[in-house]
Ligand binder design. Structure first.
Ligand code: ZN
Length: 208
């Protein structure tokens, strides 16, 4: 990163001083209200999109904002531990799963993978292979104005919510306390963030 010292100095002299009281409160504990599950893409910035301050959003970021299904738990403890900690320990009351436009992970699943060797990335994306195949089999450009990439990016968000709901600790949280799961999709070029804030039951009905 260019001018890293200058940026750090600016953080200390401007942002930190503007929120000094908040940082003092945060020095001993965190009480985030939301778990954000988004792509690692550098253009997706949870604090910016949801206008949040430090301490508000716990985050899980990975290629294509994937939540491993319960049947795939064994090899995904790093990812699932973030969700488990947010829900069971920090007791967040909201989970936002956020997809985005021009997602490289979704593009790779549609046959446009990077030319460089990326075995770990392709192994990770394997979790979405059946969704991708389903979208490719069903996609009909005469029935929608959206590209196949956009359709996959949006359906992927719903798929990940379905995967989220496959975990018992999530089902328990939904049953036992006030808890919302929100599907969202960020269109980078327009700055628009689509959200589905229906109840969990209604949201599940949208999932094929
Ligand atoms: Zn992405």
């Amino acid at each position: 990163m260019k001018q890293i010292q200058k940026r750090l100095q600016q953080f200390k002299e401007v942002d930190f001083l503007n929120h000094q009281e908040l940082y003092e409160q945060l020095s001993n504990k965190q009480e985030p209200h939301t778990l954000f599950i988004g792509c690692s893409d550098s253009r997706v910035n949870a604090e910016l999109l949801f206008q949040a301050l430090p301490g508000e959003i716990f985050q899980l970021r990975n290629i294509a904002n994937i939540v491993p299904h319960v049947t795939n738990s064994d090899r995904q403890s790093s990812t699932l531990s973030v969700i488990e900690y947010a829900v069971s320990v920090l007791e967040v009351d909201t989970i936002i799963v956020c997809g985005h436009s021009n997602c490289g992970g979704c593009r790779a699943l549609l046959g446009d993978a990077p030319k460089q060797p990326v075995p770990h990335t392709l192994h990770w994306l394997d979790q979405m292979t059946s969704l991708s195949q389903d979208v490719q089999a069903r996609y009909n450009p005469d029935e929608t104005d959206e590209s196949i990439n956009t359709v996959l990016e949006k359906l992927n968000v719903l798929e990940q919510i379905k995967n989220l709901m496959s975990h018992e600790f999530i089902q328990q949280a939904v049953k036992e306390r006030s808890f919302s799961v929100i599907a969202s999709y960020y269109d980078i070029g327009s700055g628009h963030v689509y959200t589905n804030t229906k109840s969990n039951d209604e949201l599940l009905e949208l999932i094929p």
